[in-house]
Write a protein that binds this ligand. Structure first.
Ligand code: NAP
Length: 260
């Protein structure tokens, strides 16, 4: 890319001083530096109005030196996240949250995949696990993780069930799964007795306990006794999410310069 004069640039917007968001943004900037992506941080105070944020996004959309725009979520309560996601130009939407990109994923003809589900798929591929015909259970139905996760497993011919807070018998449903993806936000909700012998268990959850420890949605020790493969927290899906952000930014830069 350098030889062709392509130098990917990513705008990273952070509003307010949420400590978890600060850590995520710093990690993303560090990854950019590591692989040679130019990152520009826009740190705005918590009182920033929605109009001010939308004006900045408009400016970044038009900035030819930037290929990707990331706005770290969650945003302060007075800002409508949907309006912010909709304002980012779909071709700079490296998080793949914009409705245009979500629609493209749905029909299986996309440029960008959302980073966390894409990272989970990469873990599955790299581990040589075949999804075709497998019972896949995704726990969680958020727009950024659960729903696209289910869609990607479906594209790869999994038989997919999505569970959520109204699911009647979560334990019984999870017990059927050859591949379990937990994206809930409830510490250690999935325990070993819910895991089928030989299942693949992927833990997306990142939960900060009162004692400061970071834990996933899966009780690692008991689930690991049953699972053929399992991801830890921290150190599993989290770093993959960042890697996929880098991949999307590179792709955005290539598309921007009419290269595939
Ligand atoms: P979210 O928007 O809060 O969605 C949580 C989902 O879990 C909802 O669909 C909810 O059901 C469901 N749920 C809640 N309690 C449940 C229960 N007891 N049984 C079954 N389902 C239940 O969260 P998210 O943004 O998808 O994130 C999920 C987790 O992943 C969080 O811990 C988050 O920090 C983590 N995360 C990690 C990464 C990473 O890079 N590793 C990236 C993004 C998120 P309803 O829809 O019925 O409310």
């Amino acid at each position: 890319m350098k030889a062709k004069g392509i130098h990917p640039g990513l705008a990273v917007i952070i509003v307010g001083d949420d400590p978890a968001s600060r850590i995520y943004v710093n990690n993303k900037k560090k990854a950019c530096e590591y692989i040679g992506i130019r990152s520009e941080e826009y740190a705005l105070p918590a009182e920033t109005t929605q109009a001010e944020l939308l004006a900045l996004i408009d400016e970044l959309n038009q900035n030819d030196a930037l290929d990707g725009i990331l706005c770290q979520l969650p945003l302060p309560k007075h800002i409508d996240e949907k309006a912010v996601i909709a304002a980012i130009s779909p071709d700079k939407d490296v998080d793949a949250f914009h409705a245009v990109n979500v629609g493209k994923i749905m029909i299986g003809d996309y440029d960008f995949l959302p980073c966390t589900p894409a990272g989970v798929m990469e873990l599955i591929y790299e581990s040589g696990i075949d999804i075709k015909g497998k019972e896949c259970v995704v726990i969680g139905r958020s727009n950024i993780v659960g729903k696209p996760m289910a869609m990607l497993l479906l594209h790869d011919h999994g038989t997919v069930t999505i569970c959520h807070s109204k699911t009647k018998d979560l334990a019984e449903t999870v017990r059927r799964a050859d591949i379990v993806v937990a994206a809930v936000g409830v510490p250690e909700l999935i325990t070993g007795d819910m895991v089928k012998e030989g299942a693949v268990v992927i833990d997306v959850g990142m939960n900060r306990l009162p004692d400061g420890r970071l834990t996933g949605d899966v009780h690692f020790e008991s689930a690991a006794e049953k699972a053929e493969a399992i991801t830890p927290v921290p150190g599993g899906v989290g770093p993959m999410t960042i890697a996929m952000l880098m991949k999307n930014t590179v792709k955005a830069a290539l598309l921007h310069h009419n290269e595939k």
